[in-house]
Ligand binder design. Structure first.
Ligand code: GDP
Length: 366
């Protein structure tokens, strides 16, 4: 009989045929004592984000299975890529279960961020996306900010029920789970096991919280709208901030354009001279030009001066979104890339990003 192995990192059965699919391991690595799939390996050692496919079918089964249990669902989103890291349809599939919404990576935002405004915006956006969380919390799994609050909320809201952690890939779910293990673990440590998810090839990672309660880590779901899927891993490292964002202020005249690399374009159409503030990765190149020259510049410099992307091949075309800023200080958000705060009111903006990357407007969170 053929022996089957599972990945020591994420618990999925390993396979040696399909590099793009879940659980891929090169044949040579099967002889090792501890087998970990390529995805876990790369994440751990190179900080890379390889795409793995999780079929929608398996994902829907996973969600509806949660819906048949009485549990607390903890949904993790990346606050820097809120829309891109959103797992759609959750409320519909998890039935009556309570959902706790947790925004991760708060360490990336400037210290002056108003966390209450941010949470209100998350609550509001969640509602628009069909989800009514029982509570909204912020944390940084990596910098250990807000972990106790989240852990306490999980204890409180789960009220003795099992807990499922869901999120799309790259929101920081593994980092968070490791923190939780530290928080809930006692001196003797806790034994993490995996359980086969019925009817699919997926495994849950089971972490006992106490004798009666288990926390399940579910596989990360690939969301095709995530900025990470549009660009190469090298570009992604430039685009995605690694530390606190330093705001960059521009005084714009009407008919001036800012390019965020070649990945986003912000045209200031009308509203008089005013300041805008860019909140993007400190390594992102911002280029200012007259709007009348912007098309031609983009055509000749896309992937060159206007980079990232270093290689625009295969990237969706830029799509335009029109906004009129009617309230004071609004953010034009390019999901996963950052945002531009438009100071004051009465400005007309045209914003562009590759089709699939969400572009939206919200009250300024700073
Ligand atoms: P998963 O795919 O959801 O399990 O995500 P990981 O835990 O592997 O994290 C994905 C990436 O986000 C890694 O590069 C982490 O270092 C990074 N990350 C996770 N949590 C945080 C955080 O709180 N702040 C920041 N700045 N980065 C984080």
């Amino acid at each position: 009989m053929k022996e089957t192995y599972t990945c020591a990192g994420c618990g999925v059965p390993v396979q040696t045929e399909d590099k793009q699919a879940l659980g891929y391991v090169p044949k040579s690595a099967l002889n090792r004592d501890v087998i970990i799939c390529q995805r876990c390996f790369r994440l751990k050692h190179y900080n890379e984000i390889p795409d793995v496919s999780l079929s929608d079918d398996d994902f829907l089964k996973l969600l509806s299975q949660i819906g048949q249990t009485d549990a607390l669902v903890v949904k993790i989103v990346d606050i820097f890529d809120f829309n891109g890291s959103w797992v759609p349809g959750l409320q519909r599939f998890v039935g009556q279960n309570d959902i706790l919404l947790v925004g991760n990576k708060v360490d990336l935002l400037p210290k002056s961020t108003n966390q209450n405004k941010l949470k209100n915006w998350m609550r509001h956006s969640a509602k628009e996306l069909g989800l009514r969380p029982i509570d909204v919390l912020l944390m940084s799994a990596e910098k250990s900010i807000g972990i106790s609050e989240v852990a306490n909320a999980i204890e409180r809201y789960s009220d003795g029920r099992d807990v499922y952690i869901v999120g799309s890939t790259n929101v920081g779910k593994s980092t968070f789970i490791n923190q939780l293990i530290k928080h809930f673990g006692d001196d003797e440590g806790i034994t993490i096991t995996t359980s086969q998810f019925p009817g699919t090839t997926l495994n849950f990672i089971d972490i006992p919280l106490n004798e009666d309660q288990t926390l399940y880590d579910t596989p990360g779901v690939v969301n095709q709208h995530q900025a990470a899927h549009f660009i190469s891993p090298d570009d992604y490292k430039k685009v995605f901030p690694k530390k606190e964002i330093k705001p960059k202020v521009f005084q714009l005249n009407e008919e001036q354009t800012l390019f965020l690399g070649g990945l986003a374009r912000f045209d200031y159409i009308s509203g008089g001279r005013r300041s805008v503030v860019c909140y993007v990765s400190n390594e992102m190149y911002i280029h200012r030009t007259k709007s009348e020259n912007a098309d031609q510049l983009f055509e000749s410099q896309y992937g060159k001066l206007l980079s990232p992307p270093s290689d625009p091949k295969g990237l969706p075309e830029l799509r335009r979104y029109d906004f009129t800023v009617k309230e004071n200080d609004m953010d034009i958000v390019f999901s996963g890339l950052g945002w531009v705060t438009v100071k004051g009111t009465g400005a007309k903006i045209q914003a562009y990003a590759p089709e699939g990357i969400g572009v939206l407007i919200r009250p300024s969170i700073i």
